[in-house]
Design a protein around this ligand. Structure first.
Ligand code: CP
Length: 346
């Protein structure tokens, strides 16, 4: 891993497994009476959300607090962003207050990537436009592993608005790296062209065909706030073709689990009976979000600390070499300078 978590695209399989395994350890902490460890005492995390959020913001806040961090949520509508302050200046201001981790959600794709190279704090992408929502994919995979006991070779159906879903994109990247077979299901207008050329991805437009024999059915929210055109005739038509109800779920494997990143539109993507049914793991996803985000924050802090220690070691080494040079007998120093000058003449 690097200083930041910007997307699943930048991670490799070992990074993902390390995050999942670390999250398993933190899950144990969250099951104790006292759900707190002193690991990151003295560190500061700032949540900077330019779009609404319930789950992601709250679970990052809890994750930080469970690790004993100081956590601040910035309310954008009440911040100096509304007076024209640039995003970079806002983050630099937070760094001046000692922010070690900045969690950012923004409606424009690529904003976290743009900022990451210009700040020293670790940035975590909490969702950028249509692009990625890496911690959601990590908690989804964590939940699948928890219920299925394995990942490789599973058949996961992702249903709905693939085109506008950063959750789908991050999951497709993660599942590809982990050997999971992905079936993308939705109307042709909501599945970007070329998706079926990705490794381990198949595209279906008929839901019954796509979910048949699946181990996991993941319904996505219809992202009406991101849709700028008529991608389907109306919401009732969409629901008729793509809602997950009991009849359709019976076509998946008998032990298939039902997932949804939330927030849910009941009666549109999923029936209440299925959302609240015994095969639904939607609240497990919410619950696992805290442990997974603790793991991400913990690992990034470790990366940052090791990098800072390496830089400090390098500075000490540079200083030692300069001091050694000064302590050399004058004659040796003169000879060294003479040698260097002669070398340069050639
Ligand atoms: N899944 C998800 O990102 O939910 P929130 O928008 O509530 O954070």
């Amino acid at each position: 891993m690097t200083k930041d978590l910007l997307g699943i695209k930048e991670l490799d399989k070992d990074d993902i497994i390390r995050i999942l395994d670390t999250a398993s350890g933190f899950k144990g902490v969250l099951e104790r009476d006292i759900k707190k460890v002193p690991t990151l005492r003295g560190k500061t995390m700032v949540n900077l959300f330019f779009e609404p959020s319930t789950r992601t913001r709250m679970s990052f806040e809890l994750a930080g607090k469970r690790l004993s961090m100081d956590v601040t949520n910035v309310s954008i509508s009440a911040s100096s962003v509304t007076k024209g302050e640039t995003l970079l200046d806002t983050i630099r201001t937070m760094e001046a207050y000692g922010a070690d981790i900045v969690v950012i959600r923004h409606s424009s794709s690529g904003i976290p990537h743009l900022l990451a190279d210009n700040v020293t704090a670790s940035l975590i992408n909490a969702g950028d436009g249509f692009n990625e929502h890496p911690t959601q994919a990590l908690l989804d995979i964590f939940t699948i592993r928890q219920h299925k006991g394995r990942l490789e070779g599973l058949d996961v159906a992702i249903v709905g608005d693939i085109a506008h879903s950063r959750v789908a994109r991050s999951n497709i990247y993660a599942m590809g790296k982990l050997g999971i077979n992905v079936r993308l299901i939705g109307p042709p207008t909501l599945i970007p062209a070329g998706m079926d050329s990705l490794p381990k991805v198949k595209v279906f437009h008929r839901m019954e065909e796509g979910i048949s024999g699946a181990d996991v059915v993941m319904q996505l929210r219809v992202q009406r706030e991101r849709q700028k055109g008529g991608f389907f005739p109306n919401i009732h038509e969409y629901a008729k073709l793509y809602i997950l109800n009991g009849r359709r779920l019976s076509m998946a494997k008998d032990d298939a689990i039902v997932m949804h990143p939330g927030p849910i539109n009941r009666g549109v993507e999923i029936s209440s009976a299925v959302a609240d049914g015994e095969r639904s793991v939607i609240l497990d996803q919410v619950n696992n979000g805290v442990a997974v985000r603790m793991a991400v924050v913990y690992l990034l802090s470790g990366e940052k600390t090791s990098r800072m220690m390496e830089e400090r070691r390098q500075r000490t080494e540079d200083r030692r070499q300069k001091t050694d040079h000064k302590l050399m007998p004058a004659q040796e120093r003169r000879q060294g300078t003479k040698d260097r000058r002669q070398k340069n003449e050639y």
